[in-house]
Design a protein around this ligand. Structure first.
Ligand code: DC
Length: 224
């Protein structure tokens, strides 16, 4: 079977990681969550108590090691050899990740690592700039969108399951702030690649959204 690259981009809560995981499992591909890398850098900044400015963050990025490891529990994220998969989802990390991920040097380093991970294909990679920057030659590009309400409700549920209590209004505000930041930054802003297929996940089930992606992948791979 041909090992293609599937790039899935879209705003926070649009269903990227849920669909990417299922699609990867179905195709026997590796799922790579690139947001986890930017989150790991952000966690390292918080732990080192440094200022969020280009100089300090660049120095820090040069001295840390991020590994995405495939395990029975799915992708685990390691920072300097320590499993930080739960910590990178903390609200304080989420709050700071947009400014950290907007930094040119941070992106340069992460993109190099992402390209190495996808080099041989057979990957489903999700993020904000996978189809537009990391793998402009990806055989299949998907751009997921959903209404702000649908995305906020998903995030609220996820946070509740992790023991964090927020109101829907707070989450809507957090998501829209992050959308504005991620889409308006100078370097690699979140935007749809011209050749990406847009799927609106507001009113369709997870099964439907993943099936659409799998059908498109099969058309390219040539399997039914
Ligand atoms: O997908 P996520 O919410 O875990 O991503 C966290 C942040 O990382 C998001 O606000 C934008 C940034 N990000 C990015 O700039 N480029 C990527 N390829 C993935 C994530």
């Amino acid at each position: 079977m041909k090992n293609i690259i599937i790039a899935i981009d879209g705003p926070a809560g649009s269903g990227k990681s849920t669909s990417a995981k299922i699609v990867a499992e179905k195709l026997g591909y590796i799922y790579i969550d690139t947001g986890a890398m930017y989150r790991a850098v952000t966690l390292a900044c918080i732990e080192a108590e440094i200022g969020i400015n280009d100089n300090e963050v660049a120095k820090l990025v040069d001295g840390i090691r991020i590994d995405l490891v495939q395990s029975d529990l799915g992708q685990r994220t390691y920072l300097n050899g320590k499993d930080v998969s739960d910590d990178i989802r903390r609200p304080d990390v989420t709050k700071l990740v947009s400014p950290v991920s907007a930094m040119a040097y941070v992106r340069e380093k992460m993109v190099i690592q992402q390209r190495e991970m996808g080099l041989n294909g057979g990957v489903v990679m999700d993020g904000r700039d996978i189809g537009t920057v990391v793998f402009t030659n990806a055989e299949l590009k998907i751009y997921l969108i959903a209404s702000i309400e649908a995305r906020a409700e998903r995030r609220l549920l996820e946070l509740k399951q992790k023991g964090f209590n927020y109101s829907l209004e707070e989450i809507i505000k957090q998501i829209s702030d992050r959308d504005i930041y991620d889409s308006s930054r100078e370097i690699s802003p979140l935007k749809r690649a011209d050749d990406a297929v847009v799927i609106d996940t507001s009113n369709i089930s997870i099964q439907e959204q993943t099936q659409k992606i799998i059908d498109l992948a099969y058309q390219i791979i040539g399997v039914n």
